[in-house]
Design a protein around this ligand. Structure first.
Ligand SMILES: [Zn+2]
Length: 389
């Protein structure tokens, strides 16, 4: 009932405004009376929970004029917030049909109707509404955003990139980032068909629209590596680190392989040392330890890891420490005990999600380029903290 009262509030306000405005016109008396009857009938239906009948009466009572449009929008938005999409649709469709409304109100009605269709999963109709608004000063950018969301849901990447000029014109970072990911999707399909020239072209386009696209660099690195162009692959991996440090643990092994192929292991470990100094991440720590052990011996490596874990404890780091202890231990019993602890930690870590979405907090063991929950691109990254990096 309380919700219903909130629903009535904007409607009553709009109605009051309308009636007040008209009260100065004495010859409108009969029209006023007729509307008053429709309005109170509408309210009665609303209070007796017959909401569809109530809407019909209230729409009729609130003859759409400039004064009452806001009340209509408020009513429809309340319906939408309550999850009553069919009712919100009815009100917005009623508004769209009003030919005499000022252009801004007409555009708002079309935009809200598009949102209703989008929420209801009626993508064709939503797309139709948003396309009509692309040139609108107030709703152009928002409509473009919704169109990209529609194409993401329908995986219609080509249609999305057909809006590249409009997106570039907006200079909107999020839209440009989305566009780059659409190019990456197309590149992934081309990669599956071994169409390397097309892949490179598509990825270069992705980087043109979003120079910080980790995903485009990650795909480029894979192609360079496959074609034994290790210098180029190493440059891409370095770019990934500079673009998004949090994403780097996922490419640390591939990067090592490329440097190794170039016979440049020392250079790789120099880079990893820098990564560890800047991020204190557990993957970089473990990699760097192998270098310390090879160069300066086991004792130095043990000293290093103990100091590192004291400064920033992580379960992954601790597991590695146990592994080092096992390899150093001469006693069989001791090794077996340590192995049991290591297995226990490994089982514990396997239960924990490896990735978390930086936008909505969604957790997953599998990596997705678009978050399955909030649909944001490139936000699923390795978990940080005690149980992660
Ligand atoms: Zn998310």
């Amino acid at each position: 009932m309380l919700e219903l009262l909130f629903l009535l509030l904007p409607v009553a306000m709009g109605y009051g405004w309308f009636m007040g405005r008209n009260s100065v016109k004495q010859n409108d008396h009969s029209a006023k009376q007729a509307l008053s009857i429709k309005y109170s009938t509408g309210l009665n239906y609303l209070l007796s929970n017959q909401q569809d009948k109530a809407i019909d009466y209230l729409l009729e009572a609130l003859k759409v004029e400039d004064d009452t449009v806001e009340a209509h929008f408020a009513m429809a938005n309340l319906f939408r917030r309550r999850g009553e999409l069919d009712r919100a649709l009815k009100v917005h469709e009623h508004l769209v049909r009003q030919k005499h409304l000022p252009s801004k109100d007409k555009q708002q009605a079309a935009y809200e109707l598009g949102k209703d269709f989008f929420s209801a999963g009626l993508y064709d109709r939503a797309e139709n509404m948003f396309e009509k608004l692309l040139k609108s000063k107030h709703y152009g950018l928002k409509s473009l955003d919704y169109l990209m969301r529609i194409y993401q849901s329908t995986k219609d990447w080509s249609k999305g990139v057909s809006h590249k000029k409009a997106i570039a014109k907006t200079k909107d970072k999020k839209l440009l980032h989305n566009l780059a990911n659409f190019y990456c999707e197309l590149a992934t399909s081309a990669l599956e068909q071994d169409n390397f020239i097309e892949v490179i072209e598509l990825l270069e386009l992705a980087l043109t629209y979003d120079a910080n696209s980790c995903r485009a660099n990650w795909l480029l690195a894979q192609i360079y590596e496959k074609h034994q162009q290790y210098n180029e692959a190493c440059r891409c991996y370095q770019d990934i680190y500079h673009q998004d440090k949090e994403f780097f643990p996922d490419v640390i092994d591939q990067m090592q392989n490329c440097y190794h192929q170039l016979d440049a292991d020392d250079e790789y470990f120099q880079f990893i040392k820098k990564v560890y100094d800047e991020t204190a991440g557990s993957s970089a720590l473990i990699k760097y330890l192998s270098h310390i052990e090879a160069k300066f011996g086991k004792a130095k490596a043990k000293e290093f890891i103990l100091l590192a874990l004291k400064k920033r404890p992580t379960i992954k780091g601790f597991k590695h420490f146990i592994k080092m202890q096992m390899l150093n231990s001469a006693e069989k019993d001791n090794t077996e005990n340590l192995d049991m602890i290591k297995e226990l930690i490994a089982a514990y870590l396997n239960l924990k999600p490896r990735y978390s979405c930086r936008t909505c907090g969604f957790n997953s063991s599998k990596h997705y380029w678009a978050c399955p929950s909030c649909h944001d691109w490139e936000q699923l990254k390795p978990v940080r903290g005690l149980e992660g990096e």
